[in-house]
Design a protein around this ligand. Structure first.
Ligand SMILES: CC(C)(COP(=O)(O)OP(=O)(O)OC[C@H]1O[C@@H](n2cnc3c(N)ncnc32)[C@H](O)[C@@H]1OP(=O)(O)O)[C@@H](O)C(=O)NCCC(=O)NCCS
Length: 160
């Protein structure tokens, strides 16, 4: 498949937002593509055939808030969003976005990457190498109780 992954730039915001609407049903309170305009974030796009944004990933690397009320405020790097256009899913674009985002977010392999997700997405994250972290461990590490499954991806090559 003709896919090239590159850093997102401000001209990608509109199309990345459209992609989010295509993969997350209903109204979502936050438009993740706005992160492209924010410091302390890593944003990558997967470009299909040189033109279309087929995938978008956004990772929070700065702006840690140890007193925040959500896990996404207390863990870094934190995977905020990954999505692939429905027609192009199942062709390892998501897995490659995760691999490249981990390299960019944790270049020294020190901390890995964290996320909290709905149960429906857990299978994908496990497939690409994330390891589920128990609620007890998350509570001990952050002081917060996770609302859904919580995962950590260590900085090592992904399988496949
Ligand atoms: C989740 C998502 C990003 C995966 O992207 P993708 O490009 O389709 O995934 P990949 O092709 O890279 O999948 C990698 C592997 O995970 C598997 N996989 C993908 N989605 C899966 C799921 N929901 N459950 C279990 N396994 C899954 C694939 O079959 C593939 O396995 P393989 O290596 O044996 O072939 C994409 O399906 C998507 O955009 N979903 C809607 C948005 C979403 O749920 N985002 C994540 C939560 S915020």
């Amino acid at each position: 498949m003709d896919i090239r992954i590159r850093a997102a730039d401000p001209s990608d915001v509109q199309e990345a937002s459209k992609l989010q609407r295509a993969v997350i049903p209903g109204d979502h309170p936050y438009e993740y593509a706005r992160n492209i305009l924010c410091s302390g974030t890593v944003n990558l796009v997967a470009i299909h055939k040189g033109t279309t944004i087929a995938g978008y990933i956004s990772v929070l690397v700065g702006g840690l808030n140890p007193n925040g009320q959500h896990l996404w405020e207390r863990l870094r790097p934190y995977l905020a969003f990954v999505g692939v256009l429905p027609d192009l899913q199942g062709q390892h674009v998501g897995a490659e976005l995760i691999r490249r985002a981990l390299q960019a977010s944790d270049p020294r392999g020190a901390s890995g990457m964290w996320l909290e997700c709905p149960e429906s997405a857990a299978g994908f994250y496990e497939k690409v190498g994330f390891v589920r972290v128990t609620s007890e461990a998350i509570e001990q590490y952050t002081g917060l109780t996770p609302r859904g499954p919580a995962y950590r991806l260590a900085s090592k090559p992904l399988p496949g």
